[in-house]
Design a binder for this molecule. Structure first.
Ligand code: ZN
Ligand code: ZN
Length: 358
């Protein structure tokens, strides 16, 4: 009898454990904008099937826990340091992760990293149909084959291993841009920032992406002090693989890396407006008006204004703004730069706060 009860308890425990095995999902609070869903995505990570040190399903569990909508496992085609233990099988990390992704409602993109010394460097091909068919020695032939499969291809960590004073733009990159063989670029890779690559995104109209490029088990609090992984925000018509693909091809993205958001003004402006509420003035004293500013998102916003010491709107917090208003009218128009919302390298998003007459 005693043994039976123990077995029953054990079975019940297993059942419970299986139903809750992915622990708790922490949702990322970054709002939808302009009729689009804001999907949180990481398009660059590795597993034991190349030079990473986690099993593919772990990547899916991590993504779910951290509130991501879509991921791409991008194991290297040309670099497999574990191949003595884990035989080369290009599609295998995707195949192993897919059932888990379906169970957790994480969108999993079939992808790989095309890996060459600089130049040309490394490239991720997303939405590929047949990874093994891209095991091609000739770089340009490989890029053409990836594109022929309908892939979205971006240039990874462009300045990686380059000396600070050396340009990392080579003739081959012009060939890739002119031939439309790459559609995106990754100026933000983990905690790294490649400023020139950010400039080229605007100059050559490439989709801006930022990703973790994680090789180890993921642990955001120890990764950096921003407590989130570097990710691409995708403004998609719907939360689906097709939705992500269409948005990437249409260049509707922004990047969240450390405390910064980078992207076009047409996306960062509505994102800021949907995140931050400037409430009506609740008190006036002389030429000072007092109002609450509510930041409903997970992103801090660093507001700068000439002649003032600036103001940081902490995530999910309310700040009281002391605004100097016109003595006669009681009105004000305050022009700020949101310094950590980069509409281009070194240039923050301009915003205007209007204080109405009492
Ligand atoms: Zn790489
Ligand atoms: Zn990589």
């Amino acid at each position: 009898m005693k043994t039976w009860i123990r077995v029953a308890t054990f079975v019940a425990f297993i059942g419970l454990a299986a139903s809750a095995s992915a622990a708790v999902r922490k949702e990322i609070r970054i709002p939808d904008i302009a009729g689009f869903r804001t999907l949180k995505c990481d398009f660059h990570m590795h597993t034991v099937f190349s030079d990473g040190n986690v099993w593919p399903t772990v990547r899916v569990d991590e993504a779910w826990r951290e509130g991501l909508d879509a991921i791409a496992i991008t194991d290297h085609i040309e670099y497999q340091p574990h191949k003595k233990d884990i035989p080369t099988n290009f599609a295998r990390s995707y195949e192993i992760a897919l059932p888990r992704a379906k169970e957790l409602n994480v969108l999993l993109i079939r992808a790989c990293e095309l890996t060459h010394d600089t130049p040309p460097g490394h490239y991720n091909a997303l939405f590929v149909k047949d990874i093994a068919a891209l095991d091609i020695k000739d770089f340009l032939e490989q890029m053409k084959a990836a594109n022929a499969q309908g892939a979205f291809v971006f240039w990874n960590h462009p300045g990686w291993k380059q000396k600070a004073d050396e340009s990392y733009w080579f003739d081959i990159h012009k060939t890739l841009v002119d031939g439309k063989l790459i559609q995106g670029i990754e100026p933000f890779n983990g905690d790294q920032y490649y400023k020139d690559a950010h400039t080229w995104a605007g100059q050559y109209n490439l989709t801006l992406v930022g990703n973790s490029d994680e090789h180890a088990p993921f642990d955001p609090p120890t990764e950096n002090n921003a407590n989130h992984r570097t990710m691409t925000l995708v403004f998609a018509k719907d939360r689906s693989l097709d939705g992500v693909h269409e948005a990437l091809k249409s260049r509707r993205t922004a990047v969240w890396a450390l405390n910064r958001l980078a992207g076009k003004e047409e996306f960062l402006k509505p994102l800021f407006e949907a995140s931050v509420e400037f409430c009506p003035v609740f008190h006036r004293s002389g030429e000072t008006a007092y109002l609450e500013v509510r930041n409903k998102s997970d992103v801090p916003f660093e507001l700068g204004r000439k002649g003032t010491k600036g103001l940081t709107l902490e995530p999910n917090s309310t700040t009281i703004l002391h605004a100097t208003v016109n003595k006669e009218t009681g009105k004000a128009e305050l022009n700020y730069e949101v310094k950590n919302l980069l509409i281009e390298p070194g240039k923050g998003l301009p915003i205007t706060v209007t204080i109405a007459a009492p």
